[in-house]
Design a protein around this ligand. Structure first.
Ligand code: CA
Length: 229
């Protein structure tokens, strides 16, 4: 096997987080932990993980909200951890795009099995099933594979450029304002100028529109940006 698989453990009960960390590292995974919901969301957006274990009840932002926001831009496998008796939450979690859920206290072997199953489900496949690609004219983005092509030619993007493009493409024909883009791509607590959106739009345009002499990303004056046919 190549690089270790990185699992992000989002859990505010230190005892459980420690336990998961020990068990997973023992199995050869690389782990990181976070106890704060809002910070966890930002770290999922900014850092690179292969799978997220997501507790439901967290300070600042709950697991469902994190899941919903992450799903706007990413198909990273998410397994929700819920306390016993939170059946409705489980259903809600899956509705929001979690891959699976486990009820605490859980059996470690079962959790490991579910982690492997979720990773297998997300493993890059040779033939990408229809619907797993986002298309605007001859621009194609393969979610979860970090691959973007224009007319069959690969385009190299940074992680942020990719996240921005994926967000635009998932909402194609919808005009997105700078605040929406900032909150989704950079995270809720991003402190800085909304100029960063314009800067990254410029990067994307030079790598996609300009390079391939096509107009994908349109500016809607005074509102924001839209990607469309
Ligand atoms: Ca909790």
């Amino acid at each position: 096997m190549g690089e270790p698989i990185r699992v992000f453990i989002v859990e505010d009960e230190r005892r459980i987080a420690r336990f998961l960390q020990m068990e997973l590292e023992h199995e050869g995974f690389r782990t990181a932990t976070e106890a704060n919901g809002r910070k966890a969301f930002e770290r999922i957006m900014q850092e690179e993980y292969d799978l997220v274990l997501l507790d439901l009840m967290l300070p600042d932002m709950d697991g469902m909200e994190i899941c919903r926001r992450v799903r706007e831009v990413s198909s990273i496998p998410i397994i929700m951890l819920t306390a016993r008796g939170e059946i409705e939450s489980k259903v809600g979690g899956l509705d929001l795009g979690a891959d699976d859920y486990m009820t605490k206290p859980f059996d470690v072997q079962e959790l490991l099995a579910r982690i492997r199953a979720a990773l297998r489900k997300h493993a890059p496949q040779e033939a990408v099933p229809e619907g797993e690609k986002l298309v605007v004219k001859n621009l194609v983005l393969y979610p979860g594979r970090y691959e973007v092509q224009v007319g069959g030619q690969n385009v190299e993007l940074t992680k942020k450029e990719y996240a921005l493009l994926e967000y635009l493409m998932r909402n194609k024909r919808m005009v997105l304002n700078r605040d929406q883009i900032l909150q989704t791509v950079w995270g809720y607590d991003y402190v800085g100028d909304t100029n960063v959106v314009d800067v990254y739009i410029r990067y994307l345009r030079s790598k996609i529109d300009d390079r391939f002499h096509e107009k994908f990303i349109h500016t809607v004056r005074g509102v924001g940006y839209v990607i469309k046919e």
